[in-house]
Each structure stands twice: as structure tokens, then as C-alpha cells.
Design a protein around this ligand. Structure first.
Ligand code: SF4
Length: 339
């Protein structure tokens, strides 16, 4: 399978009249303003880094792309479309809000070579959406998802775990619903940025900031839903950028750079625990070829944990091309019988 790369162009907060309590786009993208005049240069520069055999998409991320000034949106789509038409990139990818999706917008996106829409769903609980000041309902997200799929776009649902008002069950229900409606997902464990309403809520004691373990637990619960539905989660956690990594932008250590890795490994650990044949002392765990490091865990943490918990003499991890993500088969060393 060809490796896919995105050429990310950030359009932070442009045209967005909303103020979601958790959002500080300037801090998330690490930039104060988008500069349209530099977009084409950015694309050309990034294209040089795309290697032979890789597929690429120009990805307008950061804000609510289909909510920006129509002329600006069409200009940006036009710039990117040139590279689609020349065969330099496969298509365009963009992120937007559910309430900025309708037939007219989707007609434009089709015409300009958009292939993938990433939709900021965040939660499928109306209570959570309301507390977060999102300004749309879960029903609005469901309608947008249906429409995007009817038009034949690839659809990635973005959700957050640990939002104010969200119980564990809300996060899991959101994941289950997105897994049904979308082709894949990104999961963002909530990070509390300074200068946001969420930060003020935390300071006032109206939002109990989830600790790392709670966020991991919620995110693993969400990940499990996608794993069961065999829908890929293309990312867990915010991407590193100078803005995010600058601790002055984040309130009270709520950014855990390795949270994605920790969550993937934790889910593997749970699945393996459920499948280990009791009483066996020497086992072989078979997972997807590219999944071994996640299954073994950071610094072999899962290996050690499982050895200790089940009193194993040996545990070996093997990769197999035919295993999908989070598919685990366990052999016992003696007879290779499957469990
Ligand atoms: S809609 Fe998006 S860009 Fe606008 S405030 Fe909410 S999270 Fe930020």
C-alpha cells in the first residue's frame, strides 16, 4: 500500500464566528494569522518532500474552511486544484464544522477536487456540545455526515475526549456513532489552552481537568469502538507544533505529547489480556506487521505487565501482514493452537 502524506496548510480561525470553550486556534496552529500569499509557496515547498511512491493531499486544516469568506475559499481551492489537475497531488482535504455543510458547498468542493472532508464533531451529546459552546447539535453533525457521504467524499470525524460535561459513556457513545457514520477518525484528548473559556472554567472549579490516566481511559474506550468497527483512527492527540509544545500555552500540564502512543498500547494490552489462555506460560502474540511496537508498548511496558500479571515464562510478539489493526491472535508455544 502506498504511503499517504498530507501537505498541511493552516487556516486558523478564519471566518469562524464561534468561540468553543476549548478553542484557541492561534495557539493550536502556532500562528497568529493565515497568509494567503504564501499558500502556493508552501505547497510547492512541501511537494518537494513527497517521495516517489507516496500519495499526497493538500490539506487545509485549522479552522472551519467552508465557513470562510466564499471568495477566499474558492481562491484557496483554486490554488490547490492546479496541483490536483497536474497530477501532483491526489486531491484536497479540509476540515470544517457540521453546520457549514450543505449541498451548495459540497457541489463547490466536488468541482474543485476535494476528496476528504474532516468534520469537527467533537461530541454526539447535545449536553456536552451546549456546555462547550459549539453552536450546533448532534443531529446537525449526523445530517452533515449523511450529506458528505451521499456526495461520495471520504469522511473523517474528529472527536474530543474529556470535554466538560462528558461522562465516560458520552465519549464512548460519540466514538461508536462516528464509527458508524464516518470512514475514520481523529481523537483529541482535551488539552486546556491558556486564554480560553475552558481554562477559566477550570480556574473557577467548573471543569475538573481530567488527569492523564482518566484521559487515557476515556480515549482507549473510544479507540476500542473504532477498532471493533474496523474503522481507522488516523491520529490520537494534537500534532506537535511549537505553539503547543510551548508550556506557556497550556494550562496545568494538560498536554501529554505521547498520549496517542500510550492509548494505542493500552488498548493492545487490554485485548491481549482478554485473549491470553489461562494457565499457559509461553505464548506468542501475533498482531499486524506495523503494529508490533504498539502491542509491545513503550519500553516493552506491555510485555513486562503481561509477564508479571499472568506469571508467563515467555511472551513473544510477531507481526503478520494479514492482521488488521488491533486484531490479535495468541498461540501457545508448545502446540501453536489458536485462541
Ligand atoms: S468552530 Fe473551530 S475554529 Fe471556531 S471556535 Fe470552534 S473549534 Fe475554534
Amino acid at each position: 500500500m502506498k504511503k499517504h502524506v498530507n501537505i498541511p496548510i493552516f487556516i486558523p480561525h478564519l471566518g469562524c464566528p464561534h468561540d468553543c470553550v476549548f478553542c484557541n486556534q492561534r495557539k493550536i496552529s502556532g500562528r497568529a494569522h493565515a497568509d494567503f500569499s504564501s499558500v502556493e509557496d508552501e505547497i510547492v515547498r512541501a511537494l518537494k518532500t513527497v517521495k516517489d511512491g507516496q500519495t499526497a493531499q493538500i490539506a487545509y486544516f485549522g479552522g472551519s474552511f467552508t465557513g470562510i469568506d466564499r471568495e477566499d475559499m474558492i481562491y484557496l481551492l483554486g490554488v490547490a486544484k492546479k496541483y490536483v489537475d497536474r497530477g501532483k497531488v491526489e486531491s484536497i482535504r479540509l476540515s470544517t464544522r457540521p453546520d457549514y455543510i450543505d449541498g451548495e458547498i459540497l457541489d463547490i468542493l466536488k468541482e474543485y477536487g476535494v476528496g476528504t472532508v474532516e468534520l469537527g464533531i467533537q461530541s454526539m451529546s447535545d449536553k456536552v456540545l451546549d456546555i462547550c459552546g459549539r453552536g450546533h447539535t448532534a443531529q446537525c453533525s449526523a445530517r452533515a455526515c449523511r450529506l458528505i457521504k451521499e456526495y461520495g467524499f471520504e469522511l473523517i470525524g474528529q472527536m474530543m475526549t474529556g470535554l466538560p460535561g462528558a461522562e465516560y459513556e458520552d465519549d464512548v457513545m460519540t466514538a461508536r456513532t462516528i464509527a458508524m457514520m464516518c470512514d475514520g477518525a481523529r481523537i483529541y484528548p482535551t488539552v486546556v489552552f491558556c486564554d480560553t473559556e475552558l481554562c477559566e472554567m477550570a480556574k473557577r472549579g467548573e471543569y475538573a481537568v481530567p488527569g492523564e490516566e482518566e484521559l487515557v481511559c476515556r480515549t482507549v474506550g473510544a479507540l476500542r469502538e473504532f477498532a471493533m468497527a474496523k474503522k481507522p483512527v488516523i491520529r490520537v492527540g494534537l500534532q506537535s507544533s511549537d505553539g503547543v509544545l510551548d508550556e506557556r500555552n497550556v494550562y496545568s500540564k494538560t498536554y501529554h505529547p505521547a498520549i496517542g502512543e500510550i492509548c494505542y498500547s493500552r488498548l493492545y494490552r487490554e485485548i491481549i489480556e482478554e485473549k491470553i489462555p489461562r494457565g499457559e506460560k509461553d505464548i506468542v502474540v501475533v498482531v499486524g506487521k506495523r503494529e508490533i511496537s504498539k502491542a509491545v508498548g513503550q519500553h516493552g511496558a506491555n510485555r513486562e505487565y503481561l509477564k508479571n500479571k499472568f506469571g508467563l515464562h515467555s511472551i513473544k510478539f510477531e507481526g503478520d501482514e494479514s492482521h488488521s489493526d488491533f486484531e490479535v491472535t495468541i498461540h501457545t508455544r508448545e502446540n501453536k493452537s489458536e485462541t
